[in-house]
Design a protein around this ligand. Structure first.
Ligand code: OFO
Length: 163
């Protein structure tokens, strides 16, 4: 079954969202470097790489279905933040936004009875549960830590161990 034009456009739009996510997290990585939190920066870089993988999974899928990938322009990501809590508040909010995008896509696939796309999107639905949970847990820990420098240092080392 050929990919509908409407579904193709929506998937291309989601490639943009995933690339924008990669760009946002890389900007957060650069910010973390600037405030001497190299572990946080490393974690954000790994997050950014994962987002590129999310984009490329859609890229591969559109081609597999005989569709056409068209890239869109990305907005400039925010450069400055108000410390690590702010970074993770924005990370969680962004992931919640992405979950909404994925659910809308799933809804469209259902409407169109595009079962193949529903199968692909189920992977993203599950991934978003994990993404929100991870960001939420880190945010909770950061709120507990408050301004205790030593605990933040330990957290930085811990986050820096992400592969
Ligand atoms: Fe962070 O999951 Fe994709 O965007």
């Amino acid at each position: 079954m050929e990919l509908s034009k409407k579904m193709q456009d929506a998937l291309n739009e989601q490639i943009k969202e995933e690339m924008a996510s990669a760009y946002i997290y890389l900007a957060m990585a650069a910010y973390c470097e600037s405030i001497n939190l190299p572990g946080f920066a490393r974690w954000m870089q790994a997050q950014s790489n994962e987002e590129l993988e999310h984009a490329m999974k859609f890229y591969g899928y559109i081609h597999e279905r005989g569709g056409r990938v068209v890239f869109q322009a990305l907005e400039q990501p925010q450069a400055e933040y108000d410390g690590p809590v702010d970074v993770f508040e924005k990370t969680l909010a962004h992931e919640q936004y992405i979950t909404g995008c994925i659910h809308n896509l799933y809804g469209l696939a259902m409407e169109e009875k595009d079962y193949a796309s529903m199968g692909l999107l189920q992977w993203y639905v599950d991934e978003q549960v994990e993404e929100e949970s991870t960001a939420g847990e880190i945010l909770d820990t950061l709120k507990l830590i408050g301004d205790k420098g030593q605990a933040l240092f330990m957290m930085d080392r811990h986050l820096g161990s992400r592969e």
